[in-house]
Design a protein around this ligand. Structure first.
Ligand SMILES: Nc1ncnc2c1ncn2[C@@H]1O[C@H](COP(=O)(O)OP(=O)(O)OP(=O)(O)O)[C@@H](O)[C@H]1O
Ligand SMILES: [Mg+2]
Length: 266
């Protein structure tokens, strides 16, 4: 479904269109990272990275440990400062904005490690996802929560339980549901299958596909599980030491024996 690629801003243009109209989904938007340079002190972790994710598509970001995958997602979501380059959401450059502004613009980030707040209940964790809403009545928020409970039944059954009592798969559901409550147009997922049993991992991958195909979300999926990610992605990008070493449609990357051997481990 790369047909929507680069149809920047086809559905709802300006930044903040999503979260401003709390209660309505934001629609699709492309994400184009161009020549991004970022790092930590002396460490240059991204050295001129260009990645284009078409509106409504799934882009897999692959590469070995330390390649810069997490740094890419952190830079796009405003958690670390970029030194050079553009981050175009639809046609708007969001590079240099802070994390709250980036969320409002329509980019949600699910960090590594199922980052729930263990001492809060499931529902309290979900409410964190609506903090970016500028407007929205109590009824809108309740309806949005119910929408996520309908999508994630195990969360509905456990809404009053502490997040610390959830299984790994349920925690992953919770952080994804929380990100969706920010009404994003672009969803950044950092290794959502890490540490999950194969069956649960497959459920998470199915969910990613549904969010893209049925809801038109643009998804950037960072994965160590390159084979699994390429099986569901439209496009793939391979990073090595902060640089893009390959960028092609997912089937082409999956068929490249040398690339698999050198960078993808399958
Ligand atoms: N907080 C930090 N301070 C200093 N250097 C860092 C920090 N975080 C990451 N790095 C360095 O930046 C580079 C890229 O790291 P990053 O975490 O983005 O890689 P990654 O591809 O996500 O790896 P992994 O597969 O292990 O999650 C590495 O050289 C890493 O050591
Ligand atoms: Mg990482």
């Amino acid at each position: 479904m790369s047909s929507g690629a680069n149809s920047s801003g086809a559905n709802g243009s300006g930044p903040a269109a999503g979260a401003d109209s709390a209660g309505t989904a934001g629609g699709s938007a492309s994400l184009a990272v161009d020549g991004l340079v970022a790092g930590y002190g002396e460490v240059i972790a991204l050295d001129g990275v260009t990645v284009t994710a078409g509106a409504g598509s799934i882009t897999a970001v692959l590469g070995a440990n330390g390649a810069g995958k997490t740094t890419l997602l952190r830079a796009v979501s405003g958690l670390i400062k970029t030194r050079r380059g553009q981050i175009l959401l639809a046609d708007h450059d969001v590079a240099g904005r802070g994390p709250e502004q980036i969320v409002r613009a329509g980019i949600a980030h699910v960090p590594e490690g199922q980052g729930v707040i263990p001492e809060l209940t499931v529902e309290e964790n979900l409410r964190v996802g609506m903090m970016s809403w500028r407007r929205g009545q109590r009824a809108d928020r309740a309806a949005a929560l119910e929408e996520e409970y309908a999508r994630f039944k195990p969360l509905a059954d456990r809404r009053r339980k502490l997040a610390s009592t959830l299984s790994g798969g349920e925690r992953q559901m919770l952080v994804i549901a929380r990100a969706l409550l920010a009404r994003p147009r672009v969803l950044l997922l950092d290794e959502p299958s890490l540490g999950l049993a194969p069956r649960v991992m497959a459920q998470v991958m199915d969910l990613v596909v549904r969010l893209s195909r049925e809801h038109g979300l643009t998804i950037v999926l960072v994965e160590q599980n390159a084979r699994g990610a390429l099986a569901i992605a439209d496009h793939g990008v391979v990073l090595n030491l902060g640089r893009v070493v390959a960028s092609a449609d997912a089937a082409t990357l999956a068929a490249d024996v040398a690339l698999r051997h050198h960078y993808l481990g399958f």
